[in-house]
Write a new protein. Structure first.
Length: 202
């Protein structure tokens, strides 16, 4: 039996599926490492330093955190989707290409306008959404407003490690603000602190 649909129905289905197909084409593939700098805002030294922090974080905690910077207009090319929705969709897409799992993180940076979102895996309780927003508000966006995109990304990676991953692995209840520095700026913590923290938590 051959099911024949009215032309209007076929056309409607076609138009409905167009955004899905476009999104699949526009989402970048996951990087081989942890950083995909499509916007070219990271110099080689800074990118290598961020890669090293993310790789050592993965080795010490088992948690995958990645960073992607988007070239001008990349987010706007995804019709009717804001940066937060784009970050969530990209995180879900990359989960199929990497082993980030449900405790992974993805920092998505838009350069025009300068903005960022931190997508979290589904293992994180709702309070961690507020903690992720605080990471952006303290360490990432202030630097962006000063034109220091690379500094903001690097500081955000370190603070996300310290204020999202480490307390999550500890398993103790936290508030949206607990453990965050009061100062607007903070230097990246040395990695031995992370290793020590993980050993204490373990």
């Amino acid at each position: 039996m051959i099911l024949r649909l009215p032309v209007q129905v076929v056309l409607g289905l076609y138009l409905a599926l167009l955004p899905v197909a476009a999104l699949a084409q526009e989402l970048p593939s996951a990087p081989e490492g942890h950083v995909l700098d499509l916007a070219g805002v990271l110099d080689a030294t800074t990118e290598a330093r961020i890669e090293r922090v993310l790789a050592e974080t993965r080795e010490a905690t088992g948690v995958e955190m990645d960073v992607v910077t988007l070239a001008d207009g990349a987010v706007q090319a995804v019709a009717n989707r804001d940066l937060e929705a784009y970050a969530g969709q990209l995180f879900e897409a990359w989960n199929g290409e990497t082993d980030a799992g449900d405790d992974g993180l993805l920092l998505v940076v838009s350069t025009e306008p300068a903005d960022a979102r931190l997508a979290l895996g589904t293992d994180y309780p709702p309070v961690y959404d507020a903690r992720a927003a605080r990471v952006l508000g303290i360490s990432v966006l202030p630097a962006f407003r000063e034109g220091r995109i690379a500094d903001g990304i690097e500081a955000g990676v370190v603070m996300a490690r310290d204020q999202v991953i480490v307390p999550f692995l500890a398993g103790a209840p936290v508030t949206a603000t607990e453990g965050f520095p009061s100062a607007e700026r903070r230097l990246p913590a040395p990695l031995p602190y992370l290793i020590a923290a993980v050993h204490v938590l373990g």
